[in-house]
Every structure is written in structure tokens, then in C-alpha cells.
Ligand binder design. Structure first.
Ligand SMILES: [Zn+2]
Length: 157
């Protein structure tokens, strides 16, 4: 998988350097395992379980940005996390995933200016995703169990 790191509107981002088909492996997340208390707002950490995070690796996997209309999603299996495409991606397109999909701690919010027409304006936990988005992500298999279990069952208003 050829990827390119470039400056973009929101700092650095990761871009496709070749066509990527849907459901392809883009990157594996690596780095130290951290507890919530060991994470900070200043450093990148990917939540992969209840009170479990993968910290910075210094590699490309630290640099994927958020989008409310993502072209990739995180699949978590045990302590392994992969970024996979959820649709075809053309060269030059920024690769991004929806940060809310992995968030289950209940205290994270970040203003979003991703520019997508579907932009939610504020990134929160997975359980706060709008119902149609939630259902689509469920179907794509990019909501980990701890996030699925954090959401009350039944449709939301
Ligand atoms: Zn957005």
C-alpha cells in the first residue's frame, strides 16, 4: 500500500498514492499500550478497548485524520487494530476515519471542521453517533464491541 504524508488544512495527513480498493488493509496501528490515565490531549492515542489505547508509534499510523464522511475504518481484534478502506479510494485522496467509532470513554469531544456536508460539528463518543450513521458503521463492521455495548439499545430520537 503506497501512502504519502502531506501537509493539509488540518496539519499533516495521510494520502493515497495509488488506487485503493474497498476493504483493503491500509495500515496496522502500533505503539505502546496505554491506560486512559496515561493518555493526554497533546499526544495521539487510539482507543482499542475499555481503558486501553495504542499510543504513538512515530509512524504513519499516528497521522490519520478524522472525517465525518470517512473512506476508512478501524477494525479491532483483541489488541490488534487495523485501518481498512470502506470504499474505493483514488490517488491523491486523504485517508481518514471517523474518530467517534473507537471512542467509548465518555469524555472526549473535539470540534470538527472536516468540511464534509455530513460534518457533525462536534466529534464525540461512538454511542452519540446519529442513528443512520451508527447503522451504516455497524453494517461496515467498524464499531468495536466496547462501543456497541456502550450504546443503549433501540432507536434514538
Ligand atoms: Zn466533520
Amino acid at each position: 500500500m503506497k501512502l504519502a504524508v502531506r501537509e493539509c488544512a488540518h496539519g499533516r495527513g495521510v494520502f493515497a498514492a495509488e488506487p485503493i480498493h474497498a476493504d483493503a488493509l491500509i495500515a496496522r496501528f502500533s505503539g505502546p499500550f496505554l491506560r486512559y490515565a496515561e493518555t493526554s490531549a497533546e499526544t495521539y492515542a487510539l482507543q482499542i478497548g475499555p481503558d486501553l489505547y495504542i499510543g504513538e508509534s512515530g509512524g504513519v499510523d499516528d497521522l490519520f485524520n478524522h472525517s465525518c464522511d470517512p473512506n476508512a475504518g478501524v477494525r479491532i481484534s483483541g489488541t490488534a487494530a487495523e485501518l481498512r478502506s470502506i470504499r474505493d479510494i483514488v490517488p491523491g485522496e486523504e485517508i481518514a476515519f471517523d474518530y467517534s467509532t473507537t471512542l467509548g470513554e465518555g469524555d472526549f469531544t473535539m470540534p470538527c471542521r472536516c468540511g464534509s456536508p455530513a460534518c457533525r460539528g462536534l466529534i464525540g463518543d461512538g454511542r452519540d453517533l446519529p442513528q443512520p450513521v451508527w447503522e451504516r458503521y455497524l453494517e461496515l463492521g467498524i464499531l468495536p464491541d466496547y462501543v456497541v455495548q456502550s450504546r443503549p439499545r433501540g432507536p434514538r430520537a
